[in-house]
Write a protein that binds this ligand. Structure first.
Ligand SMILES: [Zn+2]
Length: 197
């Protein structure tokens, strides 16, 4: 089963789970819960800035941040990176204990704390070799913007169901309950970041 990324590099989907044989996005209620949750989440992430940039510049200079191209971690506990800062994440994951948090919602917070403490990858630390891990895993994809639009369209129609899913546990999903374009500016990045201590 081929693996594909949608919108952002990093999260991989089983192609057969989210696309029909014609390469169309499946109706959301036919997509298994796990990948569906990540698709929903992606809708709110694709235009967000890189977390490391954001920690550096903050909301007041958010225009200086690179847009994220990579997503790692679990939905609602993920890390967003631009290519320039991806080595920081890889270094943290491999060398600074980040891998211990794989699969946990704290994954993002732990990384953000590490970055906020002034850490980073050593100069020249290499980036991850995505393509080598799965050389056959990138089939021809429908246009990514089109996918995005389709997800958003279905997302709108399924909002009530989403709210049901999101309300299942924890109190941190509030900011995500109603994503709209107006919300992209301030959703998440403020709430998920480590607070000043
Ligand atoms: Zn960055």
């Amino acid at each position: 089963m081929a693996k594909v990324s949608v919108g952002l590099r990093g999260w991989r989907f089983d192609e057969e789970e989210i696309f029909t044989d014609d390469g169309e996005l499946k109706p959301l209620d036919e997509i298994p819960e796990g990948p569906r949750e990540r698709l929903f989440r992606l809708v709110g992430l694709v235009e967000e800035p890189c977390d490391v940039c954001y920690l550096e510049y903050g909301e007041s200079e958010v225009h200086r941040c690179n847009q994220a191209e990579i997503v790692y971690g679990e939905p609602n506990g993920e890390v967003l990176c631009c290519p320039e800062h991806e080595p920081d994440l890889i270094y943290w994951f491999r060398e600074e204990g980040g891998s211990e948090h794989a699969g946990e919602l704290e994954f993002g917070d732990r990384f953000h704390e590490w970055v906020a403490a002034g850490n980073g990858a050593p100069e020249g630390y290499g980036s991850v070799e995505h393509v080598d891990e799965d050389p056959d895993g990138l089939p021809d994809l429908p246009d990514q913007e089109e996918i995005q639009e389709r997800v958003e369209r279905d997302f709108e129609g399924d909002r009530i169901d989403i709210l049901g899913l999101a309300g299942g546990e924890g109190g941190e999903a509030d900011a995500d309950d109603e994503l709209s374009e107006d919300d992209f500016e301030d959703v998440d990045l403020s709430t998920d970041y480590p607070s000043n201590r």
